[in-house]
Ligand binder design. Structure first.
Ligand code: NAP
Length: 174
């Protein structure tokens, strides 16, 4: 059984993330989707709670008919010590034999913990990029096409777009 671990913040979950998951499931039997920085929410960089991110990813995977027996959604808070983060993660998730990541720090930390890491291809990053999508939500540009339909509907239903616009009025950090 090949089980892959895919860490991300998913703020928000977009079609690039979805492509990484589909690509991973072509090689792995199961994928653990690690919802990182789970303690964060209501900021410009991390507008959505861990619970909201679980809901948006779950609804997207259902929309794309990815069998629920093939994935785990596990939120994990950050810790201050990068040097032990990979071990911290291992205590929260089922065992895995492969890490899927492009983030250089994440790759470094798992390699130093002697875990195999594979980099997925880049899927249209000019469009599928969470930072860009958050900016588009704030400036009122059309972002619907950049996320699964179910994610768009979910964010609208919790008024996540309004939250981000309001936060942008009070918090100047991106
Ligand atoms: P992210 O921005 O949501 O991205 C998740 C992954 O998807 C990254 O590997 C990213 O690659 C990839 N990706 C995004 N768009 C893509 C596209 N269009 N095509 C292909 N790949 C794409 O999340 P992240 O910031 O990397 O998440 C890492 C998490 O680990 C964070 O929550 C962080 O806090 C946590 N962490 C914690 C510690 C600690 O607690 N000490 C240490 C390290 C990491 P790119 O990176 O190339 O965008």
């Amino acid at each position: 059984m090949l089980r892959a671990l895919y860490p991300g913040r998913f703020q928000p979950f977009h079609l690039g993330h979805l492509s990484v998951i589909k690509w991973s499931l072509e090689k792995a039997d199961q994928i653990i989707i690690l919802i990182g920085s789970s303690q964060e929410s209501h900021t410009l960089s991390n507008p959505f709670t861990a619970g909201e991110r679980i809901e948006m990813i779950k609804t997207a995977l259902e929309e794309y008919e990815i069998d629920s027996s093939r994935y785990f959604l596990i939120p994990i808070p950050d810790i201050l010590m990068n040097s032990v983060w990979a071990y911290h993660v291992k205590t929260y998730v089922p065992s895995f034999n492969l890490v899927i990541a492009r983030n250089p720090l994440v790759i470094r930390l798992f390699k130093e913990a002697n875990l195999a890491v594979e980099e997925p291809p880049i899927f249209n990053r000019e469009k599928y990029n969470s930072t860009l999508i958050r900016k588009m939500i704030i400036t009122g540009e059309e972002w619907k096409e950049l996320v699964p339909n179910s994610v768009y509907t979910y964010i609208k239903s919790i008024k996540g777009d309004e939250r981000l616009k309001e936060i942008a009025g009070t918090d100047k950090r991106w």
